[in-house]
Design a protein. Structure first.
Length: 186
């Protein structure tokens, strides 16, 4: 393969699309983000990068809590809208029915198949964005999306983001921690 250089950029081939929930000035707010991932296994932590100027970031700092809500492809319109409009200019509380778990200040979107309730562990200043690391306090999942005690991606239908485009998850390609056992040195 011939490689060409593209210059530095924040690139990952695909990312999950999440709705970051934060209670801002007494009101639930949801912001679309794609820069989210697992940060630690024990204790369980996730993280999300949010531009410092975003309204949602104020709520995370104010309450030291947030949620990552995993929308399904059936919610692309609402999810994208939450990224287009700032909660500073428009009340987005009515787009999703909010409920609260253990923390009481991290709004969870009822319509999303999976909700990750987080207590802020740390925020790291990375330049234009803060990476908010949250300790997972609880996972809330629709019963219909859970198989063997875990969320099932084929039932969730999560939105995958790549290069300003939303995608659906495709078919299973192979099993992790298993496929590599077939490798033979050349």
């Amino acid at each position: 393969m011939e490689k060409i250089t593209l210059g530095p950029m924040p690139y990952m081939s695909v990312m999950p699309t999440v709705l970051v929930g934060a209670h801002v000035r007494g009101t639930p707010n949801y912001m679309t983000a794609a820069w989210a991932m697992v940060a630690c296994m024990a204790p369980p932590m996730v993280c999300v990068a949010i531009n410092k100027a975003r309204y949602t970031a104020q709520g995370i700092e104010e309450n030291k809590t947030f949620s990552l809500n995993i929308p399904s492809t059936q919610q692309i319109v609402e999810t994208d809208y939450c990224g287009l409009v700032s909660g500073a200019h428009e009340d987005k509380a009515g787009i999703f029915r909010s409920f609260y778990g253990k923390l009481k200040t991290a709004p969870l979107a009822e319509e999303c198949p999976v909700n990750i309730e987080c207590k802020l562990f740390n925020s790291v200043d990375c330049g234009s964005h803060h990476v908010h690391i949250g300790e997972v306090v609880e996972i809330h999942a629709d019963k219909s999306c859970v198989i063997d005690g875990k969320p099932d991606i084929t039932k969730i239908h999560p939105i995958v983001y790549a290069q300003a485009t939303y995608f659906e998850v495709g078919k299973q390609a192979d099993k992790a921690f298993s496929a590599g056992k077939r490798y033979r040195k050349k």
